[in-house]
Design a protein. Structure first.
Length: 515
């Protein structure tokens, strides 16, 4: 590792540790429940003290464990995924065929377009307002060719969730050949319940995350094995994730940043230049293809840059309403409609609102501090990341066919609360041990795939943190940032265990010498 590389690695790690520490504190201190399917009521409470005791016991057990490294990770993977599939199939075949909000609107738009109805492209139509949804709508159009049954979509999303856990495990195998790291990654992935409950969230975030995670897997392989096919696959899948859901632009930038850091170490690696160039060309090219195809098919001029402008989302992210700070509140849609579905006029109104809010925050620093503290807590404090809220809630009219589904999807049940607490325990461990891995690896002198992945995961996390600090926010938007930290946390756990083992051996050695 060159001196420049080491300095950059340390600076990036220090910068990323700030949001990591903030979210770790929020995770350990606060428990957020989002209730009422219609309006997202955010309830903030302190984490029960008993959970700290449970976390401490689990940490001690993991640090003293000598079994996980002896269990074949491939066998453990098969057993774990079988268990996950059984739980997922129960949800799939017992859930009401029920979609709502953007999940429903995208589904309806896809069906309309397939039927030759292009009303969604007209002024005020869903695609006209949110043209960036066309990537996901295109995938739904393909899926609708096979079946329009919502249960079929649930099943497809279960497969996507299983593949997501599989890719996390594959990443852990690439960054460390130890069984315990791979097995801990699998255990945390299975226990991170948003992976399971997002099976019923038929929306672009879930498949988009799988595509991005797979792109990261091939990026790690490209840097380890230096094969052209891996560089190309990393670029293609990263761009595909961005096209499917624009928020994965954060991930694509993080991936390109890792490649740039590698170029500092090895500036003659032409394959990295190829991957970076391919991604930079495909991002605008893919947008152009989507625009041209839909313009031709619908007979309407389609532009992915039209619809509600970005300043409106930033302005909404600075507003308070109904006890929510920076959450969705209809401001963007109401303003766009009020301005006659004109993007330029809407942007001008939003920019004035932005300046007004900035001045208000400047004149009331105490309120500004309170606003952003509450925004951060409500965004990152929900350990389920609204994955249950996104599903078929009875408060929104969905039917509950079994007692288990009632216990899960009714916010007042003991089971629902315990699911929150269980995932809170898992998320505490993920955040704490990611910090450990960051300190242990990113500040060291090693340069291997483990260090590269930890750097990538914390840079991606930091990008998501900053984006939702500025943009409109919701707890459901953040699950992928935490999920991607899981292999890093597994490394942190094993690193701690090795240190504890060394300390114990030294203590035993000293005791023997005294005798």
């Amino acid at each position: 590792m060159t001196k420049v590389e080491r300095i950059l690695q340390i600076l990036i790690s220090i910068a990323c540790m700030i949001p990591l520490f903030v979210v770790t504190f929020i995770t350990v201190r606060y428990n957020v429940f989002v209730t009422d399917g219609g309006s997202e009521v955010v309830n903030v409470a302190h984490v029960p003290a008993v959970l700290y005791a449970v976390v401490l016991v689990l940490i001690v057990l993991l640090l003293c464990d000598r079994i996980l490294n002896r269990i074949d990770s491939g066998t453990f993977l098969g057993v774990g995924l079988f268990f996950f599939a059984v739980c997922g199939l129960y949800l799939v075949f017992n859930a009401d065929s029920f979609l709502r909000a953007d999940s429903l609107f995208c589904f309806q738009a896809a069906g309309n377009i397939n039927a030759g109805d292009f009303s969604d492209f007209k002024a005020g139509g869903y695609v006209n307002v949110y043209p960036f949804q066309l990537g996901w709508i295109t995938i739904e159009r393909i899926m609708l060719r096979f079946s329009s049954n919502i249960t079929f979509f649930y099943f497809c999303f279960l497969v996507i969730s299983i593949l997501t856990i599989l890719v996390l495990w594959l990443i852990s195998r690439e960054i460390c050949r130890r069984n315990d790291v791979q097995n801990i990654t699998l255990m945390l992935s299975l226990a991170f319940l948003p992976h399971l409950f997002n099976t019923l969230f038929v929306y672009g975030n879930v498949p988009g995350y799988l595509l991005f995670l797979t792109a990261v897997y091939f990026q790690i392989r490209s840097l380890r094995h230096d094969r052209t096919v891996y560089y190309v696959l990393a670029a293609l899948l990263g761009v595909a994730a961005f096209v499917l859901k624009n928020n994965f632009e954060i991930g694509l930038v993080a991936m390109l940043g890792i490649y740039v850091l590698e170029l500092i170490r090895n500036p003659r690696n032409r394959k990295i230049y190829t991957a970076v160039a391919l991604a930079l060309v495909l991002v605008p090219a893919s947008s152009l293809v989507v625009e041209r195809c839909y313009s031709s098919e619908s007979g309407t001029e389609v532009s992915l840059g039209s619809g509600i402008p970005k300043p409106a989302f930033i302005a909404m992210g600075m507003q308070e309403g109904n006890g929510r700070y920076g959450w969705y509140n209809d401001y963007t849609l109401k303003t766009y409609r009020k301005e006659g579905h004109d993007s330029s006029r809407t942007s001008a109104v939003a920019e004035r609102e932005l300046k007004k809010r900035v001045r208000y925050f400047g004149n009331h620093p105490g309120y500004a501090r309170k606003f952003y503290v509450n925004k951060l807590v409500s965004t990152w404090g929900d350990s389920l990341h609204e994955s249950v809220w996104n599903g078929p809630l009875d408060s929104c009219g969905a039917r509950m066919y079994t007692d288990v589904m009632k216990w899960i999807y009714h916010p007042d049940t003991a089971v629902h609360r315990r699911l929150h607490y269980f995932t809170k325990i898992i998320e505490m461990m993920v955040m704490i041990f990611t910090l450990v891995a960051t300190v242990g690896l990113a500040f060291g002198r090693r340069h291997d795939t483990a260090v590269i992945y930890v750097m990538l995961s914390i840079v991606y996390f930091t990008g998501g943190f900053l984006f939702h600090l500025m943009w409109e926010t919701k707890a459901q938007y953040t699950y992928q940032y935490v999920s991607m930290l899981i292999p890093s946390a597994a490394l942190g756990i094993v690193m701690c265990r090795e240190k504890v083992g060394i300390l114990i051996d030294r203590m035993i050695f000293r005791l023997k010498n005294r005798r």
